[in-house]
Design a binder for this molecule. Structure first.
Ligand code: HEC
Ligand code: HEC
Length: 325
């Protein structure tokens, strides 16, 4: 009995030590670079394109209108976005923060290097982990040139003096998130623009297509071997919607759409603004950022098409609007 009590005591001590260690453990990270991003007009223009039309940073980091494709509410660009909390089944509270240049609530006091590191390596100014709903595991593939362009453009947003609710993660998620950030191991080169398949792959990575259109397991990891097969269910104020299978199966859209049809389907929304977007009832609305993506060039959309057509077809039938009458 005595031995048992001793062992139990040791086990408890080990557990307390492990919890103490984990609570002060910082994620893997490297010091933020001291580099100052030079804001040339070309760089700001490229940053605007990436932020607004490819990576849709503002789609997550702003308030929304409950209209077709949940567009950014004008005037709220970068002020902070959706709040995920226990009401939505989230293990705690996490909000996409204010990324405008406001000094108190936004990125006003952050160095360029700290912003670059947050976007691609997943730690905040203090070296604490970002929750991977911020898609840094995918954005780590963003080229150095594009990442700098993003920083240059974010600095031009109108500062908005507004905060989001503080983050709170429940056990064990608060410990698990510390193991996700990974420093980059070197410079990230942009893929060759003259190779549409390689460039299309790049755009589907930094554009979130790969992440949203791949099914996720219970721990929010992409299910291996199911890339672009669709089936990730998203429920929120827009209702319930499921991502489409983008592999070219003969029975689905990517199986039969021509390149011109594909480009045209996006470009059909090119003149739509958040103001003119139609009202759509919950259950028929989508989180696919059609209006934001419509601003991509035909060439870039064509590269995405070329890349998607090279994917291995995966037989996975998806009903995208399961609640539509
Ligand atoms: C799918 C939604 C989503 C997208 C897309 C997204 N973010 Fe985030 N981002 C978040 C969330 C959620 C957080 C908060 C994470 C946390 O607090 O742990 C965040 C955090 C950040 C932070 C850290 C802010 C802080 O105060 O700690 C920066 C900087 C940032 N995002 C910039 C960007 C940029 C730039 C892009 C586009 C290239 C982008 N984000 C795209 C959801 C998103
Ligand atoms: C925030 C999640 C999200 C992101 C990011 C996203 N999609 Fe989607 N996408 C959806 C959802 C949900 C649907 C199904 C509802 C609909 O048709 O709008 C969809 C539908 C589509 C369709 C229609 C397929 C069909 O069978 O009719 C195409 C094409 C498509 N997405 C391409 C893309 C491309 C290309 C990208 C990246 C540039 C992308 N998506 C990024 C969520 C997303």
């Amino acid at each position: 009995m005595k031995t048992f009590a001793k062992i139990a005591g040791v086990v408890v001590l080990v557990l307390i030590a492990a919890a103490a260690f984990l609570s002060i453990k910082k994620p893997a990270s490297r010091p933020a670079s001291a580099e100052k991003v030079e804001a040339t007009p070309e760089r700001i223009a490229r940053g605007k394109y990436v932020v607004e039309h490819v990576s849709d940073c503002l789609g997550c980091h702003s308030d929304h209108l409950l209209k077709f494709s949940t567009p950014v509410k004008p005037g709220t660009e970068g002020e902070g976005g959706y709040i995920f909390d226990e009401k939505l089944g989230f293990p705690g509270v996490v909000a996409a923060q204010n990324i405008t240049p406001d000094a108190q609530f936004g990125l006003g006091k952050w160095t360029d290097g700290e912003i670059l590191r947050a976007i691609r390596e997943g730690v905040d100014r203090g070296g604490d982990p970002l929750f991977p709903m911020m898609p840094y595991e995918h954005l780590r593939n963003m080229s150095d040139d594009d990442a700098k362009a993003v920083v240059a453009y974010l600095r031009t947003l109108k500062p908005i003096h507004k905060g989001v609710p503080p983050k709170k993660l429940n056990f064990p998620v608060n410990f698990i998130v510390k193991f996700i950030p990974k420093p980059l191991d070197g410079p990230v080169a942009a893929p060759d623009r003259k190779d549409p398949v390689a460039y299309g792959k790049y755009l589907t990575t930094i554009g979130g297509c790969h992440e949203c259109h791949t099914p996720h397991d219970d721990h929010n990891n992409l299910i291996p071997g199911q890339d672009f097969a669709g089936g990730w269910e998203m429920t929120g104020p827009w209702g319930r919607v499921v991502t489409a299978n983008l592999t070219p199966m003969p029975y689905n859209y990517m199986g039969h759409a021509t390149k011109a049809e594909f480009i045209g389907r996006f470009k059909a929304f090119a003149n739509m603004t958040p103001e003119t977007a139609p009202d759509v009832p919950a259950g028929r609305n989508t989180v696919m950022p059609w209006i934001a993506f419509a601003g991509m060039t035909e060439e870039d959309l064509g590269s995405i098409y070329d890349y998607l057509k090279t994917l291995k077809p995966i037989d996975h039938k998806v009903v995208t609007f399961p609640d539509a009458k």
